[in-house]
Design a protein around this ligand. Structure first.
Ligand SMILES: [Zn+2]
Ligand SMILES: [Zn+2]
Length: 266
């Protein structure tokens, strides 16, 4: 294996674990809450930036004003994500979750497995949540047909816990490298925010390029909010295409886009 000496994930992981071990349980939970609030703020800032700099790339209607339930559910998700992080730390301390150390070509493979494997697992979790008798778990997220970046965090507590449980289970089973976990979590927020901006990051022609056309775009997830029977995947369109739930959408909103023909740029 070729070893890339650019980063030293061993040190960052050791430093982080030493720091976490020095905290009391309450302090640790406080740290995880602060960390997840940081992720929320970063995600909202990134989403705001994309919307602000790419007004001509709008592919879905603008979201109406934020309501109280939206803010309450997002706050609840942040706290629950902190609890899931604390459980993950505890599993790591007990040796149930392990990370491979080092940056090498296998780290790239780990990242690929995390992205495609979690996309597969979340595809089925998401699709199951649309079954009639389970839909109550997922309904809060679909209150928002015209999504905004905040809606990435607008989930019912049960849904947040089920995604968190799936993630921890995936870590236990795959034991990925630490650097690939950091990269995956960053991409997870990146894709999640993009899917709720209502703005496409890439020019239309780019989204049809050989590799790029397999990624889940903003239009892909906005399409799911507009039409709940299709597009259950998150990072890729692979599983929707394979299991027959993929649909191409041309979302229309002449009012917010200013286009008189009712067609978005896509
Ligand atoms: Zn969504
Ligand atoms: Zn859904």
């Amino acid at each position: 294996m070729i070893s890339l000496k650019i980063l030293d994930p061993d040190k960052t992981l050791t430093t982080l674990i030493t720091f976490l071990n020095s905290l009391s349980q309450g302090e640790r939970l406080g740290f995880f809450v602060a960390q997840n609030v940081g992720v929320l703020i970063g995600a909202l800032a990134f989403g705001w930036l994309i919307i602000a700099i790419l007004p001509g790339h709008r592919i879905a209607p603008k979201a109406p004003p934020v309501d109280r339930l939206e803010v309450g559910l997002a706050a609840c998700t942040v706290v629950l994500n902190a609890v899931i992080t604390a459980v993950g730390y505890e599993l790591y301390r007990r040796g149930v979750v392990t990370f491979r150390i080092g940056v090498d070509l296998r780290s790239l493979l780990d990242l690929f497995v995390l992205l495609v494997g979690m996309d597969f697992a979340m595809y089925w979790l998401h699709r199951s949540a649309h079954i009639r008798w389970l839909y109550f778990i997922h309904r809060p997220h679909h209150r928002y047909v015209k999504p905004r970046p905040l809606d990435l965090f607008v989930l019912s507590p049960l849904e947040t816990l089920s995604f968190g449980g799936l993630w921890l289970l995936f870590l236990v089973v795959t034991s990925p490298s630490w650097i690939s976990v950091v990269a995956y979590l960053t991409l997870n927020v990146f894709f999640g925010v993009l899917g709720h901006t209502g703005v496409e990051l890439l020019p239309p022609a780019w989204t049809q390029k050989p590799v790029l056309r397999w990624f889940g775009t903003s239009l892909f997830h906005a399409g799911h909010h507009a039409d709940e029977h299709h597009n259950f995947g998150f990072y890729t369109v692979l599983w929707d295409k394979l299991f027959g739930t993929y649909a191409e959408h041309r979302l229309v909103d002449p009012v917010s886009t200013g286009r008189t023909n009712g067609e978005s740029v896509y």
